[in-house]
Design a binder for this molecule. Structure first.
Ligand code: SF4
Length: 328
């Protein structure tokens, strides 16, 4: 087993900004752990899945995932400036033609995806995800914003990105301007997992978004050895709020292949939330969420959606169906 094998199987990239944040003297550095490959990624458990959150089961057209009636995911690109070692879409993302797939929609697929959204009058919100959609040029982002905002029933356009912390220089004034589509409101969900990711350049990138009139929320993943203690999580939530980003979701680690060394147990996540609640204001608290494996949607774990069983847990989806949850 070698790191070459890991790199053959999963894309590897680290941006200079993140490399500069890594302390080479610290073998447990939380930035290094998130981005530098490990041979532990070759340890794949039976319960892990290539498509852990079940995108394929809800994909009526390439690039579209339509799981909830009023919202749709729109995946225009499957590349990122960095590749997180715990990524839930790690089997589907990478540089162009990695694993036989292209890293962006073809012009025909792009038009077909827009036609699908235009033809579904119940869709209010379009969530741009990927890959990382902020890897696109401002011109392409502007085209997407304008085309989506021109669909009368699309009221909200939400971009999910890690670029403000992983490659902050991409958040240019031109990109911020390109996010505004007349007729729709733009939100950006910023993904960060450790307060140290908020380098001075990341803080400046987030400020450009907020000062440019974009509303921001956070998303993070609870990761063993990165942020699975109350001090680190509290510091992370403080960093979000201090940068004018409302904490939104803290995700339980998905069952992506080769990521068991990152996954915490659900009971540990619940205990951490309890400790966080004793320290943080309501403004600073995220919701602890599980994407039910198989495509059944996200549910809050601090709720009656979760029940302990003799073998693990079961989780109730928003339709009321129960699903066994094996790991953790
Ligand atoms: S930036 Fe997002 S999509 Fe890209 S590797 Fe990280 S978690 Fe996955």
């Amino acid at each position: 087993m070698s790191l070459e094998e890991v790199a053959r199987r999963y894309a590897v990239a680290v941006s200079p900004v993140l490399l500069a944040l890594i302390d080479p003297a610290d073998p447990a550095d939380p930035i290094a752990r998130q981005f530098l490959p490990s041979i532990k990624e070759l340890n794949i458990l039976p319960e892990e899945r290539a498509d852990p959150i079940g995108d394929a089961a809800h994909s009526p057209a390439p690039g579209i995932v339509h799981r909830h009636p009023d919202r749709v995911l729109f995946k225009t690109v499957s590349a990122c400036p960095v590749y997180c070692r715990f990524c839930f879409r790690r089997e589907m993302i990478g540089p162009s033609n990695n694993k036989g797939h292209d890293n962006k929609l073809s012009p025909d697929q792009f038009e077909a995806a827009l036609s699908y959204i235009a033809g579904q009058a119940q869709i209010r919100e379009v969530i741009l995800t990927g890959g990382d959609p902020f890897i696109l040029s401002p011109r392409r982002v502007e085209e997407i914003s304008i085309r989506l905002a021109s669909i009368p029933h699309v009221k909200l356009i939400r971009w999910h990105t890690r670029v403000p912390v992983t490659d902050p220089a991409r958040v240019s004034d031109d990109l911020v301007a390109a996010l505004h589509g007349p007729g729709a409101v733009t939100w950006v969900a910023v993904h960060a997992n450790h307060a140290r990711e908020f380098s001075p350049s990341a803080r400046a990138a987030v400020a450009r978004l907020v000062d440019g009139g974009i509303a921001l929320v956070s998303q993070s993943v609870l990761l063993k050895g990165v942020n699975d203690d109350v001090e680190t999580l509290a510091d992370l939530m403080h960093a979000f709020v201090e940068n004018r980003v409302k904490p939104y979701y803290l995700h339980h680690g998905d069952l992506a292949p080769g990521t068991s060394h990152f996954r915490t147990r659900i009971e540990d996540g619940l205990a951490l939330m309890k400790q966080l609640r004793a320290r943080l204001s309501g403004l600073e608290m995220p919701a602890y969420m599980l994407d039910i494996p198989g495509g059944f949607g996200k549910v809050p774990l601090e709720s009656d959606h979760l029940q302990k069983t003799t073998t693990g847990y079961r989780v109730r989806d928003i339709q009321g169906q129960w699903h066994d949850y094996i790991a953790g």
